[in-house]
Design a binder for this molecule. Structure first.
Ligand SMILES: [Zn+2]
Length: 158
């Protein structure tokens, strides 16, 4: 079990994607993902999923990154707790929305929170002399995800 993160591209929203097989049923779900309205059959879901995968050159995702297994996420969580101070740096979004659990697959961070998350990530990367290679890699990955989310206005999905 491990945690992965994704940010969707904007091709569908921008009208650059291939035509949807069931255009009258197409909808955006609450996470900002393409979905189907009504009570779709298995065949309809299959057609939809197939379409998402080949709707554009990005297969629907601008960026897709593995963040690590449960042990690695736990390590990052403990590292961040150690780095917090009072007064001093605080990492509420990283701790409550990203590394609170090693396997929170299926939730997402709304795009409006991405700039604040990016500030937390930059704060950690600013202390790069105390980061191990693995920690640096984790926060650089988070930075790429934040930047993709800010650029597209799409959420960071886990
Ligand atoms: Zn695309």
């Amino acid at each position: 079990m491990s945690l992965d993160a994704f940010v969707r591209c904007t091709c569908i929203r921008d009208g650059k994607a291939k035509p949807h097989p069931l255009p009258e049923r197409f909808m955006w779900d609450e996470s900002g993902s393409p979905s189907l309205s009504g009570d779709p059959t298995e065949d309809e879901w299959e057609a939809h999923d197939h379409w998402v995968q080949e709707s554009c050159e990005h297969e629907g995702y601008l960026i897709s990154e593995p963040l690590g297994n449960i042990t690695r996420i736990q390590h990052v969580r403990e590292f961040l707790r150690g780095l917090q101070g009072d007064p001093g740096p605080k990492f509420p979004i990283l701790l409550k929305k990203v590394v609170y659990d090693g396997t929170h697959t299926g939730d997402w961070l709304p795009a409006k929170e991405s700039p604040a998350l990016l500030r937390e990530v930059d704060l950690v990367l600013g202390s790069s002399d105390i980061l191990t290679e693995g920690e640096k890699e984790f926060f650089q990955t988070m930075k790429r995800l934040c930047e993709a989310s800010v650029a597209t206005g799409n959420p960071i999905m886990f």
